[in-house]
Design a protein around this ligand. Structure first.
Ligand code: ASP
Length: 344
């Protein structure tokens, strides 16, 4: 494993800005042919690793990525798991945090790095951030210590930070520093050296085999609260045909209006077998149900605390659990516990 030539990394190009160049004739952005990636990033040849790539055809803007595509990505990882030491997934930045979260729940007992990255500027532009992202993501995916992967997790690498995928959120549509992990420190920082924070990284304790969960149920909704929200809207969401799980994005540490109709509607949904998860709309911190009267009553109605989970991780976790278990109790139990380091 320590011989560079023995290290194999699979690059999975799904789409997004990182893989774009300006077409010589039309001037518009078009995806590059990933078989010729080293023409655009000649530095890749210096690695000495066995680098291989697969490209989605057609490539996807990340706004078009959905559970079917997550399954396709997990299939590629599963099929190539024994032949590669690590995986780099090139992905549009817009929904990268959702995909990273979904993959973290799908790939149980992961022992190899799956590093997602993308860029704000296309790789074909002079000032691109994509070149460094690709090179460093490969280096992280290839990093081993004592024969084991340094970061056997699904992560996002962006702008010198490696963060746990299911803890990360996109915070800027413009800055190079586009992602952050509000409630969990970075797993590695990149400066002169690549510094891994081993006490923060999850290392699987047993030699369990990779298990890939491939079912999702998208009968879920996210309801963002705002002052003045009216009952018709709440009822329209709750009465959505087939809805099984609802995330409510609440204020502060998990607070919501104490209007009787609001509590009655939530309780009715739960009594009918629905699951409601309370997630804060703040950009950091945790839900603490019962701290204020405005959340105590929801707790009494059976609303679950999302603790310090991100919205991206909460919705993908809910879809994953509803697809995985038919029993409500199993879903509730797993929502209350950490599956892949997504809650503290
Ligand atoms: N729209 C692009 C995407 O998410 C933006 C990006 O790659 O940064 O696919």
């Amino acid at each position: 494993m320590n011989n560079k030539k023995n290290i194999s990394i699979l690059i999975i190009y799904t789409g997004g800005t990182i893989g774009m160049i300006h077409d010589a004739i039309t001037g518009s952005l078009v995806p590059i042919d990933f078989r010729h990636i080293s023409d655009h990033v000649p530095e890749l040849k210096k690695f000495g690793y066995n680098l291989q790539s697969v490209s989605f055809d057609p490539v996807k803007d990340s706004s078009n990525i959905d559970p079917g595509i997550w399954i396709k990505m997990a299939d590629i990882v599963e099929e190539n798991y024994n032949n590669f030491d690590g995986f780099v997934v090139l992905h549009g930045t817009d929904t990268m945090a959702y995909t990273a979260s979904a993959l973290s729940f799908m790939l149980e007992n992961l022992r190899k790095p799956v590093i997602l990255t993308g860029s704000q500027l296309p790789i074909g532009l002079l000032r691109t951030d994509g070149r460094e992202h690709l090179i460093t993501a490969i280096e992280i995916a290839a990093a081993v210590e004592n024969g084991f992967a340094s970061v056997p997790e699904v992560c996002i690498y962006f702008d010198n930070k490696l963060t746990r995928g299911n803890r990360t959120t996109k915070m800027s549509a413009e800055h190079f520093d586009a992602f952050f992990s509000p409630n969990y420190p970075p797993l590695a920082e990149v400066g002169l050296h690549l510094k891994y924070f081993r006490n923060l990284i999850n290392y699987p304790s047993e030699e369990n085999n990779l298990v890939v969960h491939k079912s999702f149920d998208n009968n879920v909704a996210i309801l963002k609260l705002f002052p003045g929200i009216n009952r018709k809207l709440v009822q329209a969401v709750i009465n959505t045909q087939g809805l099984r799980g609802l995330i409510i994005e609440t204020f502060g540490s998990g607070n919501a209006p104490t209007y009787q109709w609001f509590l009655d509607d939530l309780k009715h949904f739960i009594d009918m077998g629905g699951i409601i998860l309370n997630v804060t709309q703040c950009h950091g911190g945790s839900v603490e149900m019962g701290l204020y009267e405005t959340s105590r009553q929801m707790l009494a109605a059976g609303v679950l605390s999302g603790k310090d989970i991100t919205t991206e991780a909460s919705v993908t976790k809910l879809m994953h659990l509803l697809g995985r278990y038919s029993s409500r109790e199993e879903v509730v139990k797993s929502l209350n516990s950490s599956l892949a380091g997504e809650i503290s």
